[in-house]
Ligand binder design. Structure first.
Ligand code: M6R
Length: 369
């Protein structure tokens, strides 16, 4: 059932273009508008929403962090993303106009379930983004948008993450559509790019051999750091989480802007640092800032592993290893930038002789608090 792959994780990484395409299927109509009738929250309720709160754990939380950038940019509705395990205990401010989005692959994560129960008790509407039909989280929510990743067996979440991102983008765009905010050229072109994105994910998968080779060469390292800005920051966190759970290595993700506030002290000779570089088009400020971050860490001896868009030549002089990803709008970049990080962690785990599909101490779904 591993379909010729050594591990479920490899199979699931390879299934990502299909998972992404399946999650989009039937949800964008011929006129290029979102058709999400399955979200049974009436438009007038969505128009009244004055705050979005996303709750999730682990990888799903990283998807939620990325969703915050998309929701606020496309809808201008304030959005916060919080670890489900922290949410309930700080007495959060919620009411009928709050839309809570609970993201969960399994639909059985206890922390997320408890968070949504708390939200509903306060009168908030809860929309679940879930991969498992009929599981507890969607059953207890007001509405559900299913991701169509198919069953995910490996403990490390990969295809579910990409489809959670797609679902989050769809919800963000849909909110924009219903509320009429920023519904212009930008949104139209994002929808067009989104409908092509599975092909781009597939392209990335076709270029991963150098990443595998690089991972094998780092098998003896103790630490790998990950840096990103904007949506690249949660991608960095996700890259670090994958490496922790699979390779049992010390891995940390930082917002690149935080370097000078502490983490730069960690940089030493030959320390591998993965940097996710935003597109130089569009928000070029972000791009230029991260290029100077790469220069700074390299000047202190870091071995830089740079993930950058095709055609972005400014990074070439500062990259010890360069991983190319296709050009995408900034907000969609996580869909392509995460893939090399998954492959990297999987290969490192293999090189270190770890059990890829069943990492030590972990369960696929965490049904206790
Ligand atoms: O089933 P869920 O999406 O609610 O699970 C949340 C986390 O437990 C999960 O994403 C976990 O972090 C993964 N093992 C990460 O690869």
């Amino acid at each position: 059932e591993k379909g010729g792959y050594d591990y479920f994780m490899l199979k699931e990484i390879a299934e990502q273009p299909k998972a992404v395409a399946d999650t989009l299927l039937g949800r964008i109509d011929e006129a290029g508008r979102l058709a999400l009738d399955e979200v049974h929250i009436p438009d007038h309720v969505l128009r009244e929403v004055n705050k979005v709160v996303i709750v999730a754990c682990g990888t799903a939380y990283h998807a939620g962090m990325i969703a915050k950038y998309a929701i606020e940019h496309w809808t201008r509705v304030p959005c916060e993303t919080e670890l489900a395990s922290e949410f309930r205990y700080r007495d959060p401010i919620l009411d009928q106009r709050t839309l809570v989005i609970a993201i969960s692959q399994s639909g059985e994560t206890m922390d997320t379930l408890m968070a949504l129960r708390h939200a509903r008790e306060q009168g908030a509407k809860v929309l679940a983004i879930c991969n498992t039909n009929g599981s507890t989280i969607p059953r207890e929510s007001d509405a559900v948008l299913y991701t169509h990743a198919g069953p995910e067996v490996a403990v490390a979440s990969t295809k579910a993450f990409l489809t959670q991102l797609v679902a989050c983008y769809l919800v963000a765009l849909y909110l924009g559509q219903v509320r009429g905010t920023k519904w212009g050229d930008e949104i139209g072109s994002v929808i067009r790019e989104l409908s092509q994105i599975a092909t781009e994910v597939d392209k990335v998968l076709g270029t991963m051999e150098p990443v595998r080779e690089l991972a094998r060469s780092l098998a003896d390292k103790n630490t790998v750091l990950f840096l990103g800005r904007h949506v690249g920051f949660p991608v960095a966190l996700e890259g670090a989480l994958k490496l922790k759970e699979l390779a049992y290595m010390h891995a940390e993700g930082f917002a690149a802007g935080e370097l000078k506030h502490g983490p730069i002290a960690l940089i030493e000779d030959d320390l591998p640092v993965v940097v996710v570089v935003p597109s130089p088009r569009g928000r070029s400020v972000l791009h230029d800032k991260i290029v100077s971050n790469i220069q700074e860490i390299r000047a202190r001896g870091a071995r830089t592993i740079v993930i950058a868009e095709e055609g972005d030549d400014t990074v070439v002089p500062y990259a010890d290893h360069l991983v190319r990803i296709p050009a995408t709008p900034t907000l969609l970049q996580p869909l392509v930038a995460t893939v090399p990080l998954q492959v990297f962690a999987c290969e490192l785990a293999t090189a270190r002789g770890n059990e890829v599909d069943q990492p030590r101490n972990l369960a696929k779904s965490v049904t206790v608090e």
